[in-house]
Design a protein around this ligand. Structure first.
Ligand code: HEM
Length: 493
């Protein structure tokens, strides 16, 4: 009797544990801690996040927690579960994380604090200035600025002919995209100097930006800026570029920027500069590179441009109004984004709760836990995208319509291509970004014959920035361009 009484607790405990571990739907996910305290798996993760996550997905399934630099991050790897996370915007918040990381990286005080009441709402409202009806003046201005940069730097017939080699010029493709997109985007958002059409210091600004951007992954990984050589000084220089007395002299500044007047606006302007070109430049590169290296895609997009200009009798400046989503160029841009995008969607739990992920499965989430989606794993899933490593410009178009049906385990996916994040915090600049990449491609293909310089290996992705946005090329690639014999200068008005 006594024996039974004393063993009851153990029996109950073992029954409870077996139910909890085997049947209970609320289980903590497997934990991967590594052997280095605090650091955990940060080094392996930082080397190649995609490879790391795919390996642990094979080992542990769709949900697991990893210790990365003192943070326990729970990864949800099955895209069928994404809607359950994305719809919980209040319980799983983006800004708590970005409010810790962005100020430290870009050098401004946290805006979600009692020091700046009303600031978060003001910022959110300003995002509307990148969308809807406000997109038209922005895109119109972008087209004008792209034309300006192209004309002055690349469309001079005499200069092109003087370059020898039958009018062909050779350049590095990522550098070319960077120069054009950096300046045209800058002029569109921040405006031009009072008495000139272009800023004379643009090249120095771009070079400083690139230096800072190289250290961006380390800053995000919480490496103190004083350990990163000249980075702090370069950041100061970049911030000071936006001193109010300077910005106020510029004209044609977008409303999105002029509305942003607060005590720390210089550092904010710098952060917006990073947000607006940090991803757009590599995205433009990949869109161009894939087209130039796939002649059938290049031809389809070229034909589309000529159709738009001839059938609709548009001038180039009117092209900004042309917003169709079921065309070869739209699909080609989306395909290159699918191929190169590697952003993580990070959310912080605001309370303890049980997060249902599948009919039978929930995970216990504690206040402060970090829940992470890694859409690249979905973008590269052969079950969803046939031969995902291949670039297929028409993957997102079917029978003249935008293709939106993609499947996993026989179920249609609500979210299938997520380069711009998800839910309420999805990138507010996404429509502008897609438009500017399309505008760039239109001008490029309309005016130039393009070729890759022969004998170069296929360009691969630089995986060291996995998790942080659009991946850069591991190495730049040389290309040749010359003015089209039938360059339609009459459109360039
Ligand atoms: C191909 C280009 C771009 C890509 C891939 C991209 C991607 C992203 C992603 C993944 C996020 C985080 C969203 C989340 O976690 O839910 C984001 C945020 C943001 N993006 Fe973009 N972006 C691009 C271009 C732009 C442009 C052109 C602008 C502005 C003109 C912009 C402005 C912003 C801002 C302000 C945020 C922060 C939003 C917030 O705090 O709620 N982005 N972007």
């Amino acid at each position: 009797m006594c024996f039974f009484l004393s063993t009851y607790p153990f029996i109950y405990l073992s029954i409870y544990l077996s139910i909890y571990l085997c049947i209970s739907p609320v289980q903590p996910p497997p934990l991967i801690k590594g052997w280095i305290p605090y650091i955990g798996k940060a080094l392996e993760f930082g080397k190649d996040a995609h490879k790391f996550l795919e390996e642990y997905k094979k080992k542990h399934g769709d949900i697991f927690t990893v210790l990365i630099a003192g943070k326990y991050m729970t990864f949800i790897m099955n895209p069928l579960m994404y809607p359950n996370i994305i719809k919980r915007g209040k319980q799983l918040d983006f800004h708590e994380f970005s409010n810790q990381v962005a100020p430290r990286t870009f050098g401004y005080p946290p805006v979600f604090s009692s020091k700046f009441p009303g600031m978060p709402d003001q910022i959110k409202r300003s995002f509307h200035l990148l969308q809807g009806d406000n997109l038209t003046p922005l895109s119109k201005s972008m087209m004008g600025n792209l034309l300006l940069v192209f004309k002055q730097d690349h469309l001079d017939k005499r200069q092109m002919e003087d370059s020898g080699e039958g009018g062909w010029r050779t350049d590095s493709m990522c550098e070319f995209c960077s120069k054009v997109m950096f300046e045209a985007t800058f002029l569109t958002l921040y405006g031009k100097p009072a008495s000139k059409r272009r800023h004379s210091s643009m090249e120095t600004l771009r070079e400083d930006f690139i230096e800072f951007d190289k250290k961006f992954p380390l800053l995000i990984a919480r490496i103190p800026i004083w350990l990163l050589g000249r980075t702090k000084a370069i950041r100061e220089k970049l911030i000071n570029y936006f001193l109010p007395q300077r910005v106020s002299c510029w004209s044609n500044t977008s409303q999105f920027i002029t509305r942003r007047v607060d005590p720390s606006s210089c550092a904010h302007h710098f952060a917006i500069l990073w947000a607006s070109v940090g991803n757009t430049i590599p995205a433009t590169f990949w869109a161009m590179y894939h087209l130039v290296s796939h002649p059938e895609a290049l031809e389809a997009v070229r034909q589309e441009i000529h159709k738009v200009l001839n059938v609709h009798v548009f001038t180039l400046k009117q092209l900004f109004t042309w917003r169709q989503t079921h065309t070869p160029v739209e699909s080609a841009v989306n395909e290159s984004l699918r191929h190169s995008s590697s952003s993580m969607n990070i959310r912080v739990a605001q309370e303890d709760f049980s997060l249902p992920l599948e009919a039978e499965q929930s995970v216990a989430v504690r206040k402060g836990d970090i829940i992470t989606l890694y859409p690249r794993s979905m973008h590269m899933d052969p079950e969803i995208y046939d031969q995902p490593e291949m670039y297929r410009y028409d993957r997102f178009v079917q029978d003249g319509r935008q293709k939106t049906d993609f499947y996993k385990d026989g179920q249609r996916l609500k979210y299938y291509c997520m380069p711009f994040g998800s839910g309420a915090t999805m990138c507010p600049g996404r429509y502008f970004a897609i438009n500017e990449i399309k505008q760039f491609l239109f001008l490029l293909l309309l005016h130039f014959d393009l070729q890759l310089v022969e004998g170069q290996p296929k360009v691969t992705l630089d995986t060291s920035r996995a998790g942080l946005g659009i991946l850069l090329p591991a190495k730049d690639v040389r290309f040749r361009y010359r003015l089209h014999s039938c360059c339609p200068t009459e459109h360039a008005q």
